[in-house]
Design a protein around this ligand. Structure first.
Ligand SMILES: [Zn+2]
Length: 670
């Protein structure tokens, strides 16, 4: 079915049309809750309209008193101009907002009437306060390549500094070191929670930052030698901006189906100008996929789908929270999702690969395997010399769930819209001023456009007749993963000590059993798409599971043989699991920013300290919380998280849930 649908879609999708949309969208400075974002939303609405796709704009309040589920909003921001000048014998303008929108820290507040003149103090010993006890920061602009949020929290909040100059550049080895993009400016923003002392700030490229840093150090030296009056360079800053209660907008387009059920395609529309790949590209692919599908349906090339297909262009995270909390009755009818984030990359320039990122395992769905198959079908672009095999002419890979975009909200089991993501990662220019139109490849937009439209339509049509091939697809991935586990046993394992061999065997047995348990849930997820002939589908699923079970038993028998172990090892006594059972009292992932600030100082401190104590926490925390279902014990959840991510969360799991308990987000079963 995938192939037939894809063949009908291919001639209609235009990479160039999508590219033209990227050119338009990327001209808007699309900060969430801002006039620039709103204008981009109007553009997208008009494109949907021109494509005869039903569309509306949903506005949601954006201010510090508003939250959608646990996601707190912030004020709307409007900036009209900003400049930063270095004063002295050789004056130099380092930032001009009208020329380069990323040269300020987004959501900066206005400088006082007439601007600010002050010394630049370079933080040469890092970004924490204890190294600067004897320095007077009053009225200063603080220059740092450290964490600007951290610097603001002490330098502005406690020590009287007036602004920040950041020249931070995050590195993603091996594709990006700061010197790889020395002229680019990193996307930096304040994310106000409402309680802090607000300020303004500028962002410089590594090259500008290094230059200014050297100038500051030279001045200090001159002063020490008595050749200058002041140890500091002077600068003048002007920012004209305002923060006020406002709105965010979701562009909500819909191709109706024959039933009330829906498939949901999301792409975030926010980010600074230009952010061409992140994520004008995802938005543009959604616009083009919707146009093509609507046209093919109108012309009768594709029949009217069973399920509706909704395209949601949102400010990242906040818009998805707002949509879901506003449409709770529609969530159960929304059977699956797909998120598009950074899809248009020119791979030669950005060093990226196109990834199909699976939904988290706790979402228990087959849709990741289905998306992977769409990729496989697409990736047959060229043939070998004899014409006997074909393959794709771009880099691609499958990735387990990693999060970091809107699919992490929809895929949460408390929402239940399992959503893979298409993304290109890593990207040398990610979140910098160099993420511009010239890094976007119309051919990639075409590929992802075909994949998006194909996936959306196949999911919208999936029914009882598809059970067999979807199950075979699941089988393919099951055997792949099971074989990978077996393949990864150490070479010459039979020569290892008996104790080690037994451990290896038991681990393999447990991992195969985990895979099997996952597949039970994933295959049963098919039933949501196939309410008719349930008995038939059920028996197909059971047959497949019997096949998997037999495979596991065979494999284990062979491995036991190789390792010189009896097939049935003595069973260890199962320890009684006395760990508590957590219950989630909130929907969607917990969104801490701004939310924790609503609680006591003590809770805020606890929350902050736990994160600082366990910097690796972010890696598996979402997956950990997804597994909480009110039935599994804490130990079981920790074990499942380990199986899924390879990360052990036991050092902080209970403490984390206890803090959430204090915020009435978690309860413990009696
Ligand atoms: Zn981004």
């Amino acid at each position: 079915m995938i192939n037939q649908v894809m063949n009908k879609i291919k001639p209609e999708i235009s990479g160039q049309k999508a590219f033209n949309h990227v050119a338009e969208v990327s001209q808007h400075h699309r900060i969430q809750a801002s006039p620039g974002y709103r204008n981009a939303a109007f553009y997208c609405r008009n494109v949907f309209r021109d494509s005869k796709v039903r569309v509306k704009i949903d506005s949601y309040k954006a201010d510090h008193d508003t939250a959608y589920w646990t996601n707190k909003l912030w004020d709307e921001w409007d900036c009209t101009s900003a400049t930063l000048d270095i004063l002295g014998e050789e004056p130099l303008r380092l930032c001009d907002y009208q020329a380069e929108k990323m040269c300020i820290i987004q959501r900066s507040i206005a400088t006082p009437e007439g601007g600010v003149k002050g010394p630049i103090i370079y933080l040469e010993k890092g970004d924490s306060e204890e190294h600067y006890e004897d320095i007077d920061f009053t009225g200063a602009l603080v220059l740092s390549d450290g964490d600007w949020n951290k610097v603001r929290a002490w330098a502005v909040e406690k020590r009287g500094a007036v602004g920040i100059i950041s020249f931070r550049m995050l590195e993603f080895p091996p594709v990006r070191h700061r010197f790889d993009i020395a002229d680019a400016i990193m996307y930096t923003s304040f994310w106000w929670t409402g309680t802090e002392k607000k300020t303004f700030g500028f962002a410089l490229s590594p090259k500008q930052g290094d230059w200014l840093k050297d100038k500051c150090l030279q001045q200090k030296e001159k002063h020490a030698k008595g050749k200058a009056d002041s140890p500091y360079i002077m600068a003048e800053a002007h920012v004209d901006a305002k923060l006020y209660p406002g709105f965010i907008e979701n562009v909500n387009a819909f191709i109706p189906g024959q039933t009330m059920e829906e498939i949901l395609i999301t792409a975030h529309l926010c980010h600074p100008q230009a952010s061409a790949n992140d994520n004008a590209s995802g938005v543009s692919v959604a616009l083009e996929a919707a146009r093509a599908l609507q046209k093919l349906i109108d012309e009768g090339v594709l029949e009217k789908p069973r399920r509706g297909i909704r395209f949601l262009l949102i400010p990242e995270f906040t818009g998805t929270y707002a949509y879901l909390s506003d449409n709770e009755n529609r969530i159960p009818r929304t059977l699956a999702g797909l998120n598009l984030d950074m899809v248009g990359e020119n791979q030669a320039l950005t060093n990226s690969s196109l990834l199909v990122e699976y939904p988290p395992q706790a979402s228990g769905s087959f849709v990741g395997d289905l998306m992977a198959e769409v990729l496989t079908q697409l990736a047959s672009e060229a043939k070998n010399i004899a014409g006997t095999a074909s393959y794709g002419l771009f880099r691609y890979a499958l990735s387990p769930f990693s999060g970091g975009s809107d699919h992490y909200i929809t895929s949460d089991p408390t929402v239940g819209i399992p959503s893979p993501m298409l993304i290109q990662w890593p990207d040398k220019f990610y979140h910098t001023s160099a993420d511009t139109l010239d890094k976007v490849d119309p051919d990639m937009l075409y590929r992802v456009g075909v994949m998006t439209a194909t996936y959306a339509y196949v999911m919208a049509m999936l029914n009882e007749e598809d059970a067999a091939w979807v199950l075979n697809l699941q089988g393919y991935h099951y055997y792949n993963r099971a074989n990978e586990l077996i393949k990864n046993l150490p070479v010459k394992a039979q020569l290892l000590e008996e104790k080690v061999r037994i451990e290896l065997f038991k681990e393999l047995e447990a991992n195969l059993e985990y895979l099997y348990q996952l597949k039970i849930v994933e295959m049963n997820d098919l039933l949501r798409f196939m309410p008719r002939y349930k008995r038939r589908t059920n028996s197909l699923i059971r047959a497949k599971l019997t096949e998997f079970k037999a495979f596991n038993q065979n494999a284990l028998r062979n491995v036991a043989n190789t390792l010189g172990l009896p097939r049935k090892l003595e069973q260890e006594e199962v320890k009684e699991d006395k760990s508590p059972v957590p219950i989630r009292l909130f929907r969607g992932p917990f969104s801490a920013r701004g939310y924790v600030e609503m609680f006591s100082e003590e809770i805020q401190k606890e929350y902050k300290e736990l994160g600082e104590k366990h910097p690796s926490m972010r890696g598996a925390l979402s997956q950990f919380v997804y597994w909480i279902d009110g039935k599994r014990s804490l130990n079981e959840i920790i074990e499942l998280t380990k199986k899924e991510t390879g990360m052990d969360v036991s050092a902080y799991a209970e403490d984390y849930l206890n803090i959430l308990h204090k915020m009435d987000l978690i309860d413990w079963a009696k």
